[in-house]
Design a protein around this ligand. Structure first.
Ligand code: PGA
Length: 255
């Protein structure tokens, strides 16, 4: 039987008050889905750091993650948020999002350090990789993804790798309204799973989720693909009706 991991990345949106009311309303919406299968649908929301404390404990269904993590535990890292500060506030952390890579110049080496730190402190990283439009058009998609995988996962044990959630997020699909086609996404997800065959013993159980302009209209066709185990959602996670609509659709697919 299938299960899905549905995650909302709020990015730099939502005040504390907005976050609290969103989580309350989303919780209500999920509770009202009479057939919501807790064991087969994992819902995770990534609010901004400033809202994490306020949303703590508001829902026993919605899990909470942080959008970033420092690779240092403490000390002179102005503006950074350490794993020690996130303990008890977040279970998941996004690592390697293309906005962090592009706008904040995070390298594969930084991302590798963040993955190690997050794992060492017991968080579940959602490790994002993806190619740019130029790379896709230039036929360099798989080379780029392989590099990001090799460098990002360098030095991680098979156990560590098994604990990750992998997210394929083509940069050209993020925030553009143009999603990867289900076939394009499936092709990459198979590639990622094949890559993991050399690293872990059960790549078939690895959660590999897709992100990039996921909305209610394209959710089903994406999630129906065999190797797509869920979605990482930006814009459509900012409205309770859209996000809960996507959750409802994923529920309908596991029934
Ligand atoms: P989007 O963002 O759904 O707005 O394309 C996805 C993401 O950045 O994770």
């Amino acid at each position: 039987m299938r299960s899905y991991f549905i995650a909302g990345n709020w990015k730099m949106n939502m005040t504390v008050e907005e976050s609290v009311s969103f989580i309350r309303n989303l919780h209500e919406a999920i509770v009202n889905m009479a057939d919501f299968p807790l064991s087969q649908t994992e819902v995770v929301v990534f609010p901004p750091f400033t809202s994490l404390y306020a949303v703590k404990g508001l829902s026993n269904i919605i899990r909470i993650g942080a959008q970033n993590i420092s690779y240092g535990d403490q000390g002179a890292f102005t503006g950074e948020v350490s794993p020690l500060m996130l303990k008890g506030l977040a279970e998941y952390v996004i690592v390697g999002h293309s906005e962090r890579r592009e706008l904040f110049r995070e390298t594969d080496e930084d991302i590798n350090k963040k993955l190690k730190t997050a794992l060492r402190h017991g968080f579940t990283p959602v490790f994002c990789i993806g190619e740019s439009l130029a790379e896709r058009e230039g036929g360099a998609t798989f080379r780029k993804l392989e590099t990001q995988l090799e460098r990002g996962l360098a030095g991680l044990s098979p156990d560590d790798i098994s604990r990750l959630v992998m997210a394929y997020e083509p940069v050209w699909a993020i925030g553009t309204g143009v999603n990867a086609s289900p076939e394009q996404a499936q092709e990459v997800h198979i590639f990622i799973r094949d890559f993991l065959k050399n690293k872990i013993s059960h790549p078939e159980t690895m959660k590999i989720i897709y992100g990039g302009s996921v909305k209610p209209e394209n959710t089903c066709e994406l999630l129906k693909k065999n190797d797509i185990n869920g979605a990482l959602i930006g814009n459509s996670s900012l409205k309770v009706d859209l996000f809960s609509g996507i959750i409802q659709l994923s529920v309908s697919l596991v029934r």
